[in-house]
Design a protein around this ligand. Sequence first.
Ligand code: SF4
Length: 630
Amino acid sequence: MKNIVIANFPRFNNQIWLPVLWASAKTYYERNGERVNEWHWEPSLLDIYSEEYFDDICDRLRKLKPTIFAISLYVWNYKISHRVAEWVKTTFPDCLVISGGPHQYFKHDMDWFKDKWYIDASLPGDSYGEICFKEILDNYDNGKVDWEQVTDLHYPIGKQRRVQRSRKTMTKKEERVYDYDYTVYASQAEYIEQFVEFQRSKTPHAILLALLETTRGCPYGCTYCDWGGGTSTAVIKRGLDKVKADIDCLKQYYLDFLYIGDANFGIFEERDIDIIRHLTDRPWWSKQRFKVGYGGFAKTANRMDAVREIVRLDVEAGLSQQKEIKLSMQTLDDEVLENIDRKNIPLDIQLGALEPIARDNKLPMYVEIIMGLPGMTLDKFYTDFNILGDRRLSLQFFEWILLPETPAYARDYRERYGILSIEKTNGWTDYELHGHANIVVGAKSFTTDDYLQMLLSASMYRMLIQGGYYRNTIEEILGQGVRVGELIRTVIEEFYYVQLRGHADQVRKDWQHILDNREIPCQTIVANERVYIGWYFVALAFHNPEEFTAPLINFLQHKYNIKLNTIEQDQKFTINCTNFNKKYLKFPYVYDYTKDDNSRHDFDYFLSLFQHFSESGKIFSGNKKLLGVI
Ligand code: SF4
């Protein structure tokens, strides 16, 4: 029996995903393959091992002796996957090593197979992996495959191992009639159970996550996106009965998180609403711990009713991890949206549909902003703050990871917008030793200094607006008609750059190192601790009440003529390293800055609380503000 082994290494060993690619490809092959009895699909147990388990991975592979070894490449497992693939090829020279996933460079780098000498063939991330496996297994002949028989496959030719693409491609019609209507988890329930048991025995501390794909493909073509089932494609869907059977199967496990990996959930209206109903039908093992996330919702106004119903059901059942309602906007600027070829339902239509649910359930609404998009400028950046701030919407910021298979990676696109990206091999926000990513930090429309200012502004926003820092003072300023973007810009440009010039110069120096050195994450130092620049002001406020907070408040007081009483009131409610984790009485108030029994009072712990509050939406709802009142 020939052995196929698939590895999709996790980002962290405390977050383990069920092996969906393995389950889907195996099921597809059992339905469509020609040589089913010749192949043994080794259960995908390698998927629990992260970088630090390299020796365990090799021990396991040594016993398995793979005939075919396939890796799925992402930003976070790029290095470990290559390292293992090279080891496999060295140890088992006859084994065919195949790569897939969104983080591959062969479309732009003709030396891909020369540098990665151990890879025999690579499949684009947006091609159907199931078809690739079927065609490889059916055409395998004694260590060789006629790669021209495999749809979309790229393989090396000649001594130089130049990249050649198979002429066999998938037509739109083939996409539409593709055999997609099967259960993934339920078909492989026995093995999924085995996987779960194995995971529990090896990494009992880990949480368990699963991806449920009910549709595949996306009709849009946002230039920054590399979506699993392809972009600018037809959307194919699984039968409702199959989706429900998979949900029933998943309900048997202690899942912590289910990610509905559809790009446009809600596009099939009643069917998609039915899926949410089925999710909430019978209880999962823990209402507190089990949560749901979504790839994306339908993006046409005529599906807004369906999206609203999905969100309503989700909120009522407490399904989502985030206690906030997300609006789909990457920026509000039309020119930037055009540059990235992004279509959004207009903000007011989204608000009109979702605001009543938010209001009824006392939930805040937020918008995800992608930083560094082509055409963005500092003025536009602050305008987004203003418009969204006027509507009391919260903002979350993400760096733009330039993925190699996206339209934006193409040379002419990068040249047109002057996109400048930097390679990072040890993570961006934090050290992540097995990651690899290209982060966009400049373009024709903004310099790297501008980008740093955007990062600092996001950090200031997190502290002042989301963190509730000197909340009454900030409310008083906004009450004067000052807009959020104006306030943040003023504080950065007139206070931070001027009055804290020494700090600002240090951060600029660190930024230059970050730009120059691919091994340094986007961090600076506050009180001898390394901190992501996006959390910089939170760290300053925590560590340096004298050096930072006092002059900041002084500046705000004079600039906006704030009542002394307001400031004094805020001072009492503000957390920093001197009072964190303490509870004391100061007439007429009781201040309780303790969160739990944990005796830690360092910044990392404080920040983890802050991030948890921020991510769960709590920071922007209710009265509890971590930098303000707990
Ligand atoms: S970002 Fe969403 S809508 Fe745009 S192409 Fe990707 S999956 Fe489709």
